[in-house]
Write a protein that binds this ligand. Structure first.
Ligand code: AMP
Length: 288
C-alpha cells in the first residue's frame, strides 16, 4: 500500500441515482473513471484489478453485486459468500474511491419480461456456456447495465474468466460501447490454485485435490515447451495428474482470437478447464 491514493476515504453507495451524481461530478472535473465489476468476497485477484485501475484512471469504482441473472436455478446464488465490510476495506486499501453495492431490487426493479443482452451463440456454445445455459446473457446484461450506470472510461476484467472477457470485448465492439476493456492476468495462491471466491467452499482435503487442476495446466505448458503439440498426445500424459475425485467438465484448446477449438497446440492457444470437487465448480486456464 505505497500510494497516497490508497489511504483516501472511500464512499459506499447503493443507488443508481447516487452513483450517477458522483460520476457527473467526477466528469465535470475531467476525471477519468475506471470500473472494476465484481460479485464481492474479494481476494488478491480482485485487488490486482483495482490496483491496475488505480494506475490507469483518476478515480476507481468497484461494483459489488451478486448478479442473480447469471446464476442457473441449481447454482450457488444463495450461498455465494457475502462479506461487504471486509470487501470495502480491501477496496480502500487498494486505492478505490467508490464502492457501488446496489440491491437486486435496485438493479432489477421489474422482475418480469426483462430485456437481455444476448451474446452470439458462437461464443456461448463452448466451455462454460455448455453447462451454464443463459449464464452469459446474465453476465453481458449486468455488465452493460453497469457501464450505462457508471459510464466508465475503462473497465477491468480478469483472464481467470477468459470466456467472459472475450464475450464482453465482443459485446463492446458489436454494440459500440465506448469503454476500453482492460484484461488482467490470473492471480494464484502459492500452491498455484487460481484465486476464486468459491475457493472458500473447499475443505483442506478438497483444496489439496483442487491444486491438481492447475498442476495439469502447468504440465501441458511443460509438454508444449518440450516440443509436444498434438492435443491427444498431450492429454494422454497430462490428464494423469488430475485427482481421481475430480469430475472434469471440460478441458479445451481454443485459438484465443478465433475462439475455435484446435487439436494443435501453438502460440495464442487458450487451454481452459472446468472441474468439480464435491459439487464445487472451479475454472482455470493458461494461454500458451
Ligand atoms: P467475480 O467477483 O468472480 O465476478 O470476479 C470479478 C472479476 O475479478 C472478474 O473480472 C474476474 O475475472 C476477476 N478475477 C477473479 N478471480 C481472479 C484471479 N484469480 N485473478 C485475476 N482476476 C480474477
Amino acid at each position: 500500500m505505497g500510494s497516497s491514493q490508497a489511504n483516501k476515504d472511500i464512499v459506499v453507495l447503493n443507488t443508481i441515482k447516487q452513483i450517477r451524481k458522483q460520476v457527473k461530478d467526477l466528469k465535470s472535473n475531467n476525471k477519468t473513471i475506471g470500473l472494476v465489476p465484481t460479485m464481492g468476497a474479494l481476494h488478491d485477484g480482485h485487488a490486482s484489478l483495482i490496483k491496475k485501475a488505480v494506475q490507469e484512471c483518476d478515480e476507481v469504482i468497484v461494483s459489488i453485486f451478486v448478479n442473480p441473472t447469471q446464476f442457473g436455478p441449481n447454482e450457488d446464488l444463495d450461498k455465494y459468500p457475502r462479506q461487504l465490510k471486509q470487501d470495502v476495506e480491501i477496496c480502500k486499501a487498494n486505492g478505490a474511491g467508490l464502492v457501488f453495492t446496489p440491491s437486486s431490487n435496485e438493479i432489477y426493479p421489474e422482475d418480469k419480461h426483462l430485456t437481455y443482452v444476448v451474446p452470439s451463440e458462437y461464443y456461448q456454445s463452448k466451455l462454460c456456456g455448455l453447462t451454464r445455459k443463459g449464464h452469459f446473457n446474465g453476465v453481458a446484461t449486468i455488465v452493460l447495465k453497469l457501464f450505462n450506470i457508471v459510464a466508465p472510461d475503462q473497465a477491468f476484467f480478469g483472464l481467470k474468466d477468459a470466456q467472459q472477457l472475450i464475450i464482453i470485448k465482443k459485446m463492446c465492439r458489436d454494440l459500440d460501447v465506448p469503454v476500453k476493456i482492460v484484461e488482467c492476468p490470473i492471480v494464484r495462491d502459492n500452491d498455484g490454485l487460481a484465486l476464486s471466491s468459491r475457493n472458500a467452499y473447499l475443505t483442506q482435503a478438497e483444496r489439496a485435490k483442487a491444486i491438481t487442476i492447475n498442476k495439469l495446466l502447468f504440465k501441458i505448458q511443460e509438454l508444449y515447451n518440450n516440443g509436444l503439440k498434438n492435443k491427444e498426445k498431450i492429454l494422454n500424459t497430462a490428464l494423469k495428474i488430475l485427482d481421481a475425485d475430480i469430475e472434469l467438465e471440460y478441458l479445451e484448446f481454443l485459438n484465443l482470437d478465433s475462439f475455435k477449438e484446435t487439436n494443435l497446440l501453438e502460440k495464442n492457444t487458450l487451454i481452459a478447464i472446468a472441474a468439480k470437487i464435491n459439487n464445487i465448480r472451479l475454472i482455470d486456464n493458461i494461454v500458451i
